[in-house]
Design a protein around this ligand. Structure first.
Ligand code: EPZ
Length: 417
C-alpha cells in the first residue's frame, strides 16, 4: 500500500493549477446515459472516482475513453440497467445512475450504497422523488428495483437539501411527460454545471442556480460536450495549505464566487486575499485566529472543507468550534490529528479545537477523502516527519496532490508502504 512521507515546516511558494471538479463530472457522466450518442467532457482530471464511474458506464454498455484530460462517452449501445454492489459500495455517487437508467430503460436495479466513513448514506429522498414521477420502487437483497411504464412530470418538494437527490430528480424530469417543479433543490455549483450540460443536450430547465426549478420534459435529448468547472474543494484545500504553512501562494483557474464562505471564514482567521479573474492569491496570517464554523448546503460552509479547516484551527491562538450539520459523523480525522499533538475534544457533531503552538509529525492513517486532505495539511505544518497510510482515499478526489504540493515547495513523497 502506498504512503505519503512529509517533512513538515517547509514554506510553500508559487502557484498551483486547479483541476476539473470531481463532483461536477460524476453526475454529468451519469446523465450522458439519457441520450444515445457520443458526448465529450473536457478538463477531466485523472481520479479514481472518475475511473470507477467510467467502469460503471462500461458495465451499462457505454464506451468510455479517456485521453488528454477529456472523456469520450458513447452511449449508443447501452442495454444493461444495473449498478452492482461492488461498485456502488465503493463509490456512493453511483446512485446518480438511478434516474438516467429509469428514464432510458423504464427500469433500474441499483445497489443500496451502504454506509461509509463519513456516515450512513441514506437514499430515501432519491427514492421518494422517483416515486413522485410514477416509478414503483422495491428494495430487496440490498438492491433498489425501480420500474416505470411512464414517467410523468411532478411537483417535488425536498424536505432536506440533497445534492444527489436533486441531481437524480432533474435527470428524470428532463424527459418525463409534462412539467416538473422542484422545490428546495440543492444549488451547489455542480448542480448548475449539470443543468448547463443538460441544456446543451436539449433539456428545458428554468431557475438554474435557484432552489426552485421548472423543467419541461422533452422527447429527444442528444449528446453534448462541455468544459468541466474547476474543483472548488481542491482550490479551498490549497488555500488552507497556504494558511496552515503561513505561505503566500496563488491558486489558479478557480471560481472565487464558489469559495465565498471559505474566504470569509479564512479572513476572520487572519488570511488576506487578492482575487484577479480566475486566480486567488493568499497572504497568510502570522498568527491564526480561532474561528467557529458549521457546515451547511451551498452557499454555506461546505462539509467537504470541514476537515481541512479543522486542521488549520489546530494551530490557532485559542479555541474554535467545528460543527458538521450535514455529516455528523464526519470526524474520523480527529483521532489522527490527536496523534500529531492537536488538542481536540468531540461532543456529538461538534469538535472543540484548542489551538496548540506546534504539531509534531507521526504515523497516521487516512480514512476518507477529505480527512486524508486534512492530514496532509497538518503534516505540512507539523515539526518533523509525518507518514500517512491508506492514501488511496486521497487519490479518489485529488489529482496528483503530492506533485502539486512538491511544485509549491513542500517536502512530500509517495512511497510503497
Ligand atoms: C454530495 O454527496 C457530494 N458528493 C459530497 O462530496 C458532499 O459532501 C455532499 O454532496 C454534501 O455537499 C458528490 O457530489 C459525488 P447529499 P451527496 O445528498 O449527494 C442526507 C466528497 O468528499 N440525505 O447532499 O451524497 C445526507 O445523509 C463527497 O467529494 C438524506 O437524508 O450528499 C446528508 O446528511 C463526500 N437522504 C445530507 O442529506 C437522502 O436520500 C446531504 O447529503 C440523501 C441525502
Amino acid at each position: 500500500m502506498e504512503k505519503f512521507v512529509i517533512e513538515g515546516g517547509k514554506k510553500l511558494s508559487g502557484s498551483v493549477e486547479i483541476s476539473g471538479a470531481k463532483n461536477a463530472i460524476l453526475p454529468i457522466m451519469a446523465v450522458t446515459l439519457l441520450a444515445k450518442g457520443k458526448s465529450a467532457l473536457r478538463n477531466v482530471p485523472k481520479l479514481n472516482d472518475i475511473k470507477m464511474m467510467s467502469h460503471l458506464l462500461r458495465i451499462i454498455g457505454a464506451r468510455v475513453d479517456y485521453e488528454d484530460k477529456s472523456l469520450a462517452i458513447d452511449t449508443s449501445y447501452c442495454s444493461f440497467y444495473e449498478a452492482p454492489y461492488e461498485i456502488v459500495s465503493k463509490m456512493r455517487a453511483s446512485i446518480n445512475v438511478l434516474g438516467p437508467l429509469l428514464a432510458r430503460f423504464g427500469k433500474a436495479k441499483v445497489s443500496l450504497p451502504g454506509g461509509c466513513a463519513i456516515g450512513t448514506r441514506p437514499v430515501d429522498l432519491h427514492l421518494k422523488a422517483m416515486e413522485k414521477f410514477g416509478a414503483k420502487i422495491n428494495i430487496k437483497n440490498g438492491y433498489i428495483y425501480a420500474e416505470a411504464k411512464e414517467l410523468k412530470g411532478a411537483k417535488i418538494y425536498f424536505e432536506k437539501v440533497s445534492v444527489g437527490a436533486t441531481e437524480n430528480a432533474i435527470s428524470v424530469a428532463v424527459s418525463a411527460k409534462g412539467e416538473t417543479e422542484i422545490f428546495n433543490a440543492a444549488v451547489e455549483p455542480e448542480i448548475t454545471s449539470m443543468i448547463d450540460f443538460l441544456v446543451k443536450m436539449g433539456a428545458q430547465i428554468e431557475g438554474k442556480g435557484t432552489s426552485h426549478l421548472k423543467i419541461k420534459g422533452v422527447q429527444e435529448l442528444h449528446s453534448a460536450e462541455m468544459e468541466m468547472i474547476p474543483d472548488r474543494i481542491e482550490a479551498g484545500t490549497f488555500l488552507l495549505a497556504a494558511a496552515i504553512t503561513k505561505s503566500e501562494i496563488t491558486v489558479k483557474n478557480c471560481v472565487s464566487e464558489h469559495l465565498q464562505s471559505l474566504i470569509e471564514k479564512m479572513e476572520k482567521a487572519g488570511s488576506r486575499f487578492r482575487i484577479e479573474n480566475k486566480n486567488i492569491k493568499i497572504f497568510p496570517a502570522e498568527r491564526i485566529k480561532p474561528v467557529d464554523i458549521f457546515t451547511e448546503p451551498y452557499p454555506g460552509f461546505p462539509t467537504d472543507l470541514q476537515a481541512q479547516f479543522l486542521a488549520l484551527m489546530t494551530l490557532a491562538d485559542g479555541e474554535s468550534k467545528i460543527t458538521d450539520e450535514i455529516f455528523p459523523d464526519r470526524f474520523m480525522h480527529v483521532a489522527e490529528l490527536l496523534r500529531l499533538d492537536a488538542n481536540i475534544t468531540m461532543n456529538k457533531n461538534v469538535a472543540s479545537v484548542k489551538g496548540v503552538k506546534q504539531l509534531s509529525g507521526a504515523e497516521v492513517m487516512a480514512t476518507d477523502l477529505r480527512a486524508s486532505a486534512a492530514l496532509v495539511l497538518a503534516g505540512l505544518a507539523a515539526k518533523g516527519k509525518t507518514v500517512i497510510s491508506r492514501i488511496y482515499h486521497i487519490d479518489r478526489g485529488y489529482e496528483k496532490i503530492e506533485e502539486k504540493l512538491k511544485q509549491l515547495g513542500a517536502d512530500i513523497k509517495r512511497v510503497q508502504g
